[in-house]
Design a protein around this ligand. Sequence first.
Ligand SMILES: *Cc1c(COP(=O)(O)O)cnc(C)c1O
Length: 367
Amino acid sequence: MINFLDLKAINNQYQQELKDACVRVIDSGWYIMGNELTQFETEFAAYCGTKHAIGVANGLDALILTLRAWKELGKLQAGDEVIVQANTYIASVLAITENDLVPVLVEPNPATYNLDPTTVAAAITAKTKAILPVHLYGQLSPMPEIMAIAKKHNLLVLEDCAQAHGAEINGQRAGNWGNAASFSFYPGKNLGALGDAGAITTNDDELARTLKALRNYGSHKKYENLYQGVNSRLDEIQAAMLRVKLPYLEAETIRRQKISQAYRSGITNPLVTLPHVIDELAHVWHLFVVRCEQREALQAYLAEQGVQTLIHYPVAPHKQQAYSQWNNISLPVTEEIHQQVLSLPLDPTMSEEAVAQVIAAVNGFNA
Ligand SMILES: *Cc1c(COP(=O)(O)O)cnc(C)c1O
C-alpha cells in the first residue's frame, strides 16, 4: 500500500535530532515562552524574509488573532467584509466569522483554485476592509495583482499560508506579501510540528506587539492586561521540534517539486486533469490535486491498486451545517471543484518506485 503521507517516515529522518531537542527542553526546566520560541520566531521570520514571526498555538488561532489584532488597533470593526475564496478549508472562514466580520465568498480561478483578481475586484463594496488569499494546495496566489487591488482600495491583506511554506514569486516568499500572514505547523503541513503549532508573520511592528499581547491573555507585561486576550502560545517543545525541521524544509520542498514534476510528465490519462502551475517556484506542493469527473470511481480504482488518496475537501464551507444560512447560495465553480478533486500521495520520503506505481495506477484507470 502506498500511503498518502507517512508522518513517521518523515520525522524518522530527523529522529536523533528531534530526541536531542526534546531532552534539551526537558532539561532546561522552562516549557512555555522561553528561548526555543524566541529562537524559532527569529529563524522562521528569516526564512520568510519578514521582520517578525509570532508563534501561536495553531494555524486557526494565527488567523483569528490577526483579525482580532486589527480590530483592537481600530483597523477593522464588526460587520466589515473580508473577501476569501469559497473553496478554501473552513478554517479561513471560521476566523472571519469568529471576529464578527462578514466573509464574502468568491469563486476561485478554476485552474489554480486560488483567488482570481477579477472576481476579487468585482466583489469590493464600501464595507470591504480586507482580502484573505489562501495559497491553496501550496501554490502562491497571484500576490502582485492582489496587492495592487488592495492598495487601490486601501484594504488589509491577510495571507493564509498554512499550505504554502516557502512558496515564492520573484524571490518574495509566502508570508511576506500581505500586511500579515498566518501559518500552521500541524503535523501534516510542509513544516510540521509533533503536535499543534502556528505563527503569524508581518513587517508591522505595532501588529507584532499587539499579537504578542493577545496570545498571552492580552498582556504585554506580567499582570498588566491591555486586551481581553486568549491563551494561544507555541510550546517550547514544539518550537524545538520546528527548529530541528526548519533547516530541512528547503530540501523537502525540492523533493516535493520533483515528485510533482514526475506526476505531471508521467500522468497522461485524458480522464484526469493535472494541476495548473503558474511558476515552478510559486508552488511547494503541499498537495497534488487532480480533477476527474468520475472521482469516486478513480479513488476506488486507485485503492484497489494499493494507492491511498484523500479528498481536499469533500464539502465547501458554504455547504456545511455550521453555515446553514449559506447552504442555498450558488457557487457553481466551487461546488464542481469539491465534486471532482482528488489528492494523490505526496510525501518527500516516497521512493521512485512508489512514484512510478502511482503514475501507472492513474494511467490504468478507465471509466
Ligand atoms: C491547516 C489549515 C489551517 C488551520 O491550521 P491548524 O493549525 O490546523 O489550525 C488554516 N487554513 C488552511 C488553508 C489550512 O490548510
